[in-house]
Design a protein around this ligand. Structure first.
Ligand SMILES: [Ca+2]
Ligand SMILES: [Ca+2]
Ligand SMILES: [Ca+2]
Length: 238
């Protein structure tokens, strides 16, 4: 192409158009990624990928405490859709029909407490500040390989990020199963467990050792931290 006075602006147009296309495709990628991530059924792999995590194992509460509607740190707990109440902290050894094996300490969180007839063990965990990684152990009182429990991870707009209609169920020891999700961005707002076996009498499930991403410092805090580090480097050089 010959270089005429107009060619410069023509190239300029192309550059502008290309950057517009690049911007548009970057947006498309961002949208696609907001619904992408990794599902984990192995706690070790989840913890390695997640890095800094907060854990809540319900072991600091006295057995009998009802956490329905309660907030603990960044997480709040409730039942939904006719789930059993109270959402009670119980000793794993007390169990429901059978003793349950906690994945941490002595306690688990049991919808319906130790009442064997309170079987709709639905749990909703909501985060005040959205997190990138969230997971929990589901504890079965009859670890016979039957699941009938789903888990769904949702964003703040109630869009499903990931769902597993039948989480893997343990068959024997340790009697609990980890499920977790690592999103590409910090957009996990809630984690819903639905225990839906209609047969009666039916298994009860409880929950233990919630793990979620620790708070990321705010940009302003990061800037202040950055300034502090810069000042330290300057001092060292002086
Ligand atoms: Ca525990
Ligand atoms: Ca049940
Ligand atoms: Ca129950």
């Amino acid at each position: 192409m010959g270089l005429s006075p107009s060619s410069g602006s023509f190239i300029g147009e192309i550059v502008t158009m290309n950057s517009r296309i690049a911007f548009a495709s970057a947006l498309a990628v961002a949208v696609a990624q907001s619904f992408a991530g990794t599902y984990y059924t192995d706690r070790t792999a989840f913890e390695i990928a997640a890095g800094s995590l907060v854990h809540e194992g319900f072991d600091g509460f006295a057995p009998g405490v009802d956490l329905n509607g309660a907030s603990v740190g960044n997480a709040s707990f409730s039942t939904y859709g006719g789930g059993s109440t109270p959402l009670q902290v119980i000793l794993g050894s007390a169990g429901v029909r059978n003793p349950m094996n906690p994945s941490s300490g002595l306690n688990v969180l049991s919808p319906g407490g130790s009442d064997p007839s309170a079987e709709a063990d639905n749990l909703l965990v909501t985060f005040a500040t959205d997190v990138q990684f969230a997971g929990m152990d589901v504890v079965f009182d009859v670890p016979d390989g039957a699941s009938f429990t789903s888990v769904t991870f949702l964003d703040a707009g109630n869009n499903t990020l990931f769902t597993d209609a039948f989480i893997p169920a343990p068959n024997g020891a340790p009697g609990y199963q980890f499920v977790g999700f690592g999103s590409n961005i910090a957009n996990i707002h809630s984690m819903k467990f639905n225990e839906f076996d209609g047969s009666a009498p039916d298994d009860n499930v409880a929950y233990d050792t919630l793990s979620y991403s620790a708070a990321v410092p705010e940009p302003a805090t990061m800037a202040i931290l950055g300034m502090g580090i810069a000042a330290l480097i300057k001092r060292r050089k002086a």
